[in-house]
Design a protein around this ligand. Structure first.
Ligand SMILES: NC(=O)c1ccc[n+]([C@@H]2O[C@H](COP(=O)([O-])OP(=O)(O)OC[C@H]3O[C@@H](n4cnc5c(N)ncnc54)[C@H](OP(=O)(O)O)[C@@H]3O)[C@@H](O)[C@H]2O)c1
Length: 291
């Protein structure tokens, strides 16, 4: 198979999609340090150039052609459902190994009370299946990585959003006891796992759940975010009807920051995943939570 490469083998050229993501912030420097030529794809590449990176303006979600380059592998950090229709295009560039990011939401949102969330879970599951099938068709070695909630890049919609709310208002509202367990995972630990997957024969044609190094309740996660900013936690428990009213008002205001009731309910649901397989095959060693 094209994708089989011995552990420790060096890669000469790698494509990265979603190259402006928070994950890429940690991944690109590691690829550059390893002396790998990086072809970075983005709909909006940075204006300033990055040493060691060739940027290409590509909307991977459109049918637009890919640039005429040669690459051995692809690290796909953009939404996974964009990838299956493009596998043939990447194979034509010489790509024989792909590591793609999905999400543990494919499991956690499948029984959501909200149809939109269930659709997202199904979309992720179907995309993983199609991705594997297309790669097998083209003889490409594949790996799927499914993180829990990612933080570390300073622009995520969970930890960073909580932190900015805390800075602005000095308190944080939760629903009920907010005792659902979370395992936030640092983007730098995911970057390390991604590189390890690229070189691991055990990771070929396999998927891994990549949870963080510590499980803590949603309430404790918020408390840690307060402490990381040198503040004493001020966490206020609001009843569900207040959340519903706030969600309604935020939708009506059209501010674009509508409160997601699915997320509110999940504050009391456990979203934890065993990462033993990734520890074994990828030497995955995620850190404890500290934003
Ligand atoms: N954030 C989380 O908590 C979380 C949790 C689990 C899984 N994941 C998955 O892990 C991967 C990396 O996450 P991240 O938080 O680092 O990503 P992110 O910061 O949200 O960035 C996503 C990237 O996808 C690219 N992209 C290309 N086409 C897109 C399209 N049509 N729609 C939306 N984005 C498009 C964007 O790049 P351009 O705009 O430059 O094209 C962007 O850089 C993603 O696959 C994500 O789905 C994220």
């Amino acid at each position: 198979m094209q994708g089989e490469k011995p552990r420790g083998c060096t890669w000469r050229s790698i494509c990265v999609t979603g190259a402006t993501s928070q994950l890429a912030t940690f991944l690109l420097p590691r690829l550059i340090e390893s002396g790998i030529a990086v072809h970075a794809f983005s709909r909006n590449p940075p204006v300033t150039s990055t040493a060691g990176v060739d940027w290409y303006t590509v909307d991977i979600g459109s049918g637009a052609g890919l640039p005429v380059i040669r690459a051995e592998g692809l690290l796909h950090l953009a939404p996974i459902w964009l990838l299956p229709p493009r596998i043939g295009d990447f194979a034509a560039l010489g790509v024989g190994r792909i590591v793609a990011f999905s999400s543990t939401s494919r499991f956690t949102k499948i029984h959501s009370r909200y149809a939109g969330e269930r659709r997202l879970a199904e979309k992720l599951a179907q995309a993983e299946t199609r991705f594997a099938k297309e790669c097998d068709r083209y003889g490409i070695g594949w790996t799927v990585l499914r993180p829990t909630l990612i933080y570390g890049g300073g622009n995520d919609l969970n930890v960073t959003r909580i932190a900015s709310f805390v800075r602005r208002f000095g308190f944080f509202p939760v629903a009920g006891p907010a005792n659902g367990l979370r395992q936030p995972v640092h983007a730098a630990d995911l970057a390390a796992a991604c590189l390890a997957a690229l070189d691991s024969p055990a990771a070929l044609q396999h998927g891994y759940n990549l949870s963080g190094g510590e499980a803590l309740t949603y309430r404790n996660m918020v408390a840690v975010i307060f402490r990381a900013q040198g503040r004493t936690p001020r966490i206020i428990q609001l009843p569900l009807f207040v959340w519903r009213l706030a969600a309604y008002l935020s939708r009506m205001s059209g501010s674009g920051a509508a409160i997601n009731m699915g997320m509110v309910h999940r504050m009391n649901e456990d979203l934890v995943f065993d990462n033993a397989e990734a520890r074994r095959d990828l030497g995955y060693a995620p850190r404890a939570f500290w934003p």
